[in-house]
Design a protein around this ligand. Sequence first.
Ligand SMILES: Cc1cc2nc3c(=O)[nH]c(=O)nc-3n(C[C@H](O)[C@H](O)[C@H](O)COP(=O)(O)OP(=O)(O)OC[C@H]3O[C@@H](n4cnc5c(N)ncnc54)[C@H](O)[C@@H]3O)c2cc1C
Length: 418
Amino acid sequence: MTTGTVYVIGAGLAGLSAAVELAGRGKRVEIIETAPQPGGRCRSWFDAQIGDVIDNGNHLVLSGNHATFSYLRAIGAGDRLKGPDEARFIFCDVRSGERWTIAPNAGAVPWWIFSGNRRVPGTGALDYAKIARLLLANRGRRVADVITCGGALWERLVRPLLLAALNSAPEEASAGLASAVLRETLARGGRYCLPRIATPNLAAAFIEPAVGFLAGKNARIRLGERVRSVDFGNSHATGLDLGDQRIDLSTDDRVILAVPSWIATSLVPYTDAPDQSSAILNAHFRANAGSGAPGMIGVIGGTAEWVFAFPQRISVTVSGADAIVDRERAELAELLWGDVARVHSLRLNLPPWQIVKEKRATFRATPEQDARRAPAQTRWQNLFLAGDWTATGLPATIEGAIRSGQKAARLAAGESVT
Ligand SMILES: Cc1cc2nc3c(=O)[nH]c(=O)nc-3n(C[C@H](O)[C@H](O)[C@H](O)COP(=O)(O)OP(=O)(O)OC[C@H]3O[C@@H](n4cnc5c(N)ncnc54)[C@H](O)[C@@H]3O)c2cc1C
């Protein structure tokens, strides 16, 4: 690559990972971000009601997410995700109070499915063999076309895991995307599905260290500035319009567009992208789950799906939350606190709370939407796309966003990338 500047538009994880990759190679990088803070859909802020920094949503990463860990190591934040040394997933059915723990063994040979203490109660090893069909599923098929979406294993493990990973009704979700997640995590053994949570919050793990790293490499981050349009010639993008300023692009300059899909399609002609999204709802409560409380519990039979315990805060995630996201905040807080109180056996009245609604949290992970994802390369030689919605082969996740940014960076650096 020549000596020009790489303009990275959007400082979410796709844009930041692209910038980190390029700045780490000594390239001149300038990031333009419309929001007053970096992070995009992975951000934190101080909330007065909770009296603490909260995240827009609890983000779960698994130890098999190798691009995420390479990004964290690059920015000096390899130690900011915390979690247990063994893969253990605790579930609670709030209707009956029943609890169970799923404990995949570390290695690739899944002997845990033969152990009554490690597998889902009410299931046998044969049930897992049937689910394994999902691993070979191709992209055009729905989960329900490949496996039976019913029974104890489905209700108590597979459905909640797929809902968390795909943020879409698992039955109608792409079997290919489900397969990609499973192949990189659970199918490789417990060592690859250790749950990891940003500690103490998302910004401290993913964003602030990246900003520090980029500052150390003299990369410029322009916050509160929106790219309104991109000018194009026959083969190259020629300029960026920021409203009160225009950036003329020289033939040496490159652009990585790392904005959400609906912005990318408005800025770049001929771009296909998913056009249906799925909501995620998070509730935060100023409460203590008690010493020794598990950091994370899957909820069955309630409205909450995952309950996360932090030192002075309990947070709840509801994925695929489109059916409830428009309800009143106070009603949601009451509803979700009911589940938290049952999960942690708390007798407290509703404590101070905050509800965070992300209506366009991710694209809907159906085969039809997956087929609309754009590749990183565009018809313009100096313009590359990044973002969790681009054709990463993964659902819209941190891992997908980071891989997309790293790929766009390699392309901008002139590498050929498959
Ligand atoms: C509530 C919630 C919970 C989640 N939970 C998980 C989880 O548990 N595990 C997981 O792996 N993933 C999770 N995700 C998904 C993950 O957060 C996203 O996949 C990832 O953050 C997307 O990053 P991105 O860079 O592709 O997009 P974004 O974060 O959307 O970044 C795009 C950036 O572009 C900026 N921008 C837009 N327009 C312009 C413009 N015209 N000019 C300049 N800048 C512009 C935006 O302000 C934004 O900062 C969750 C998402 C949400 C919302």
